[in-house]
Design a protein around this ligand. Structure first.
Ligand code: CAA
Length: 445
């Protein structure tokens, strides 16, 4: 069976940044360590006044098409994942295709376009759709363009304000891919939950503490479901485990839970038993509360063991590197985590082809999905070509007052005029509203 997966990746960050420990925390009367250590985000990326989900998505896609030497005729499908859409009918993919048609010969009239919704999970669902379309033999030799793009903004004063971000990830999905192939096996954990939602409103309603619990519960279900089809997972099976990363602190919790699960009943649990005892088993406790308390005590000790810390440093820490510099990109976040892992492997000059990663995606509302990915021979060239550092380094540093202005500009309920903070340079920009309330875009040389 021909491998299908990710052939190329590009990112586009919002061109502004807010220093959370340095600028945000002091105004909020909080300690910088809440952000640098607890939440784990140093900077939130934010969009300049002429940027939005369309410009970031189109700019990432253009760089990808240019670098791969592709024309519209090579693309048979454009799927956009977002939870920041501004239209309930016309999909963002049509806007992005319209932008791209301004700068390429030919058009995307032949391409199937859509927009996927399941909170942050939908980027991975778009990968699935592309994979299935290619596997079904309906692609006529063409590749799929998947774009995950979001402005993850919260109401000012909401606890979620600490985890904001803005950016897009563009991925080319094709047969015989250069970066990773996707496993056929998948696991799901899905339930009707009210943890984070946007019922026809721009900024989310969030029950932050509950959202953390729901993330963990659905991820655990997805892992068990994945194992039911792919067999038991072992801590040595996967070089990296990129998770959906709303903030690195969330991944710390998910990783600990995952490690407890994958080491249960193994020689690792036995080796750890000398120091911290065996894992509590529910049958040994009179009540569920007693069992849960014992689990919490076990986990507190587990996370301090040398074995766990080494595993975390090697397998998880490298996946949250970019996230700590940009914040939450919602639908793009797990794909940023994968890119972080690939970059860590490149930095370590690792012979990585043939190795496997386990990828844990999550969307509020709520659903988790887990699948495996196998690294392909061409990964290094592709990963080295992504311009992460220049983009992150060139961002404009916002003062707190400027941050409030930018937040107001992107608040659909407010009508404010603010000068741009950066100059557009060879990119798509938002130019204003049209007569049918559509958003309009131009390419600026
Ligand atoms: N030094 C070190 N650590 C500190 C600290 C200090 N001085 N002060 C606080 N911390 C730690 C806290 O102990 C805490 O860590 P633990 O959870 O491990 O205990 C962490 O910093 C955050 O502190 P708080 O819990 O007090 O922060 P908060 O009340 O402001 O809320 C939040 C945090 C709930 C994540 C909030 O930012 C939020 O609501 N975010 C949006 C929702 C979200 O991202 N949920 C994640 C799961 S849902 C999902 O994944 C979908 C999605 O993308 C939105």
């Amino acid at each position: 069976m021909t491998a299908v997966g990710i052939d190329a990746i590009e990112i586009r960050t919002g061109k502004l940044r807010l220093d959370l420990p340095g600028t945000f925390a002091p105004v909020k009367g909080e300690e910088p360590e809440k952000y640098s250590k607890g939440i784990g985000i140093e900077y939130s990326s934010l969009p300049d006044v002429y940027e939005d989900i369309v410009t970031m998505g189109a700019n990432a896609a253009k760089r990808l098409l240019d670098r791969k030497g592709l024309a519209p005729d090579d693309i048979g499908r454009i799927d956009v994942a977002t939870e920041s859409a501004f239209d309930n009918s016309k999909p963002v993919s049509t806007y992005i295709a319209g932008c791209l048609e301004q700068v390429y010969d030919g058009d995307f009239h032949h391409a199937n376009k859509g927009e996927r919704k399941f909170a942050c999970l939908s980027g991975t669902q778009c990968l699935d759709d592309a994979y299935n379309w290619i596997r079904a033999g309906r692609n006529r030799g063409r590749a799929a363009l998947v774009i995950a793009t979001d402005t993850a903004l919260y109401e000012r004063g909401d606890p979620g304000e600490a985890t904001q971000g803005a950016g897009a990830v563009a991925m080319l999905i094709d047969e015989d891919p250069d970066i990773v192939s996707l496993s056929t096996e998948q696991g799901y954990g899905s339930a009707d939950e009210t943890d984070f939602l946007k019922p026809n409103q721009q900024f989310p309603s969030v029950d932050g503490k509950r959202s953390v619990q729901v993330y963990l519960a659905r991820m655990r279900e997805a892992l068990e479901d994945y194992e039911s089809v792919a067999g038991d997972t072992h801590s040595e099976d996967f070089v990296y485990i990129p998770f959906h990363t709303p903030y690195p602190g969330m991944v710390r919790k998910a990783a600990l839970l995952g490690y407890r699960h994958i080491t249960r009943g193994t020689e690792i649990e036995e080796a750890l038993a000398d120091d911290i005892g065996m894992q509590p088993r529910e049958d040994d406790f009179a009540t569920r509360e007693d069992y849960e308390e014992a689990i919490r005590a076990y986990m507190d000790e587990l996370k301090e063991t040398r074995r766990y810390r080494e595993w975390y440093e090697q397998t998880i820490d490298p996946t949250v590197d970019i996230s700590g510099q940009v914040g939450n990109w919602y639908t793009g976040s797990v794909h940023v985590a994968r890119l972080s892992a690939l970059r860590a492997a490149a930095e370590a000059d690792r012979d990585f082809a043939g190795e496997r990663m386990l990828v844990g995606s999550y969307g509020s509302g709520a659903q988790a999905e887990i699948h495996a990915e196998t690294v392909r021979e061409g990964w290094r060239t592709e990963v080295d070509a992504v311009d992460v550092e220049p983009q992150l380094d060139e961002r404009y540093d916002l003062s707190f007052e400027e941050y409030e202005l930018v937040h107001d500009v992107h608040n659909h309920g407010k009508d404010v005029e603010v000068e741009e903070f950066t100059q557009p340079d060879a990119e798509f920009v938002f130019t204003g509203w049209g007569r049918m309330n559509e958003r309009r875009y131009d390419y600026v040389e």
